[in-house]
Design a protein around this ligand. Sequence first.
Ligand code: DX5
Ligand code: ZN
Length: 216
Amino acid sequence: MSHLIAPSLLAADFGNLERDCVMINESQADWFHIDVMDGRFVPNISFGMPVIKAINKVAKKTMDVHLMIVEPEKYIKDFKECGADVLTVHYEVCNHLHRTMQAIKDEDMMAGVALNPHTPISLLKDLINDIDLVCIMSVNPGFGGQKFIEHTYSKVKELKELITAAGSDCKIEIDGGVVQDNAPKLIEAGADVLVAGSFVFNSEDPIKTIEALKGV
Ligand code: DX5
Ligand code: ZN
């Protein structure tokens, strides 16, 4: 399977959200990446359910919802109703991650776990067969447009080894600071999904930028 591209709407023009969603529909992008921030787990607040519902009305592709919020288990059904196909929670806020993965799958969504840059891959060892996607944060979550953390490559390799050894089909997603230059090395290390926000939306021709990332 070739890798997937997930433009992050955090970098879209919120005054022209429909236009930017149509652009993603018409591009070679595979997923819509949707960042929910609560001002508690991360020092920023983005948007919530009404906005996601509005995106879902226009979006014709997989809705990949990344929850950067505390107590994400409280809102699993709500995000399903908003149209989420993939629901990712942060390792750092879940005391009962196994239960949360099951609850997400019970709602027929792919269950994802995101790891902050300081969180080691080894913590997923006993759970890897229960996870559909691991999102490796390659920046500290909370803001778009930050610099890629180089240590990410070795985390991707370590995760790929864990997944292969377990015989699991868990996908590896990279989120933060993804640009044309680091994309090939990430794919080579084992990444399946590349999230890109500012690199896509701040470019002169987002459709071409997505095409270039897809062509890596
Ligand atoms: C960061 C978010 C990312 C962000 C990526 O907390 O989870 O999805 O939108 O933005 P860029 O690609 O600009 O780093
Ligand atoms: Zn994200």
